[in-house]
Design a protein around this ligand. Sequence first.
Ligand SMILES: [Zn+2]
Ligand SMILES: [Zn+2]
Length: 326
Amino acid sequence: MSVLLTRASSINRALDEIGDRWSLLILQEAFWGGSTFGDLLAATGASRGVLSDRLKWLQGIDCLRRRDGRYRLTRKSLDLYDTALMAMAWERRYHPVPAAQDFTLHHRRCGQAFSPLLACDACRAPVDGRAVAYSPGPGATTDERPVKTRRRSTLPASAVPGARNVYRHLVTLVGDRWTANVIALAFHGIARFDDFHRELPVATNTLADRLRLLEDAGVLAAQAYQRRPRRFEYRLTGKGWDLFPFFQTLLHWGDRWCDRDGLGPPMLLRHDPCGQRLHSRVRCDQCGEPLEAYEVALTFAGEQEPAEAGQNAAAAAAQRAGGLTR
Ligand SMILES: [Zn+2]
Ligand SMILES: [Zn+2]
């Protein structure tokens, strides 16, 4: 039985639940208001069989609930809102779409068009993965677990359909388990082939393939560190480091919702600039306030009315605010 080691485990328990490409796309659509089977079929481009399978899975882990023929976000999946915003911010920066397909985020609270920003709760500085230190947390003993072997083919971004897939490139990277793990390990300074291989129970040809994919995507840059035989180190580029906020929000989410043994986080993060344990939230870059789904409107170019940034999300957040359980 293969196992995943400590450094990968914290992010892996979140990825185990929602880290496949279709689940990510379904949740993304649910945030932007898609809710019937037909909506999700059209928006994600999944086959009926795959969509049924993933909807069943997402209901089983309490990330969707079906009522009156609609799939609704739950408290657990609503808590992925920060993650969705960070995914969108990265995609927008590195893979801009033509103006006609573009969108604007409006923060109702301050009335401004804004960009989401992950900031440290203690010092309010934007979070940069290069200024974070790691130490084992109370849950660190639970790091060895079986790896699920659900097969995930790699699918290029261009093959991810849907007009409103606002983070399709990111989904291509994160929706593949090994690719996501390589990125997570690179945040820890792992750079050499053998070191990646020591941490991950993956075949060498698969690892080589994922490193090449990440190099082609501009997330990693290869540099020779030895001449004979020629060996390379793979370091994160600026584009790669800018994935850190997305992973960070996902890691926090995993700590909150996927801690089945109740032991606490496997890994603790410290923010170097302020020296505090890193807790972070996504904030509006205009007014500095944390972003709530029901206060954000997403307007696609060419659309008359602003699409609610998740009518699902807005309704559920209002219920949550009113203390209702669903
Ligand atoms: Zn700080
Ligand atoms: Zn604002």
